[in-house]
Design a protein. Structure first.
Length: 56
């Protein structure tokens, strides 16, 4: 179950991060880039958990 949760959280963080990057405020754009990166990392964690059978 952790695999699916991580993938969903990652997808949501990526989408929110991309939306923030379209803002006019430079600070919000930077936050968006960071949040998108966090989302990508969460998706990778989910893939690894799936490959290892949630043993980690």
């Amino acid at each position: 179950m952790g695999e699916l949760t991580d993938k969903i959280k990652g997808t949501v963080n990526e989408a929110i991060g991309k939306a923030k990057q379209h803002s006019g405020d430079p600070k919000t754009r930077a936050e968006g880039a960071a949040q998108e990166g966090k989302g990508k990392a969460q998706k990778v964690v989910g893939k690894v958990k799936g490959a290892l059978g949630d043993d980690i």
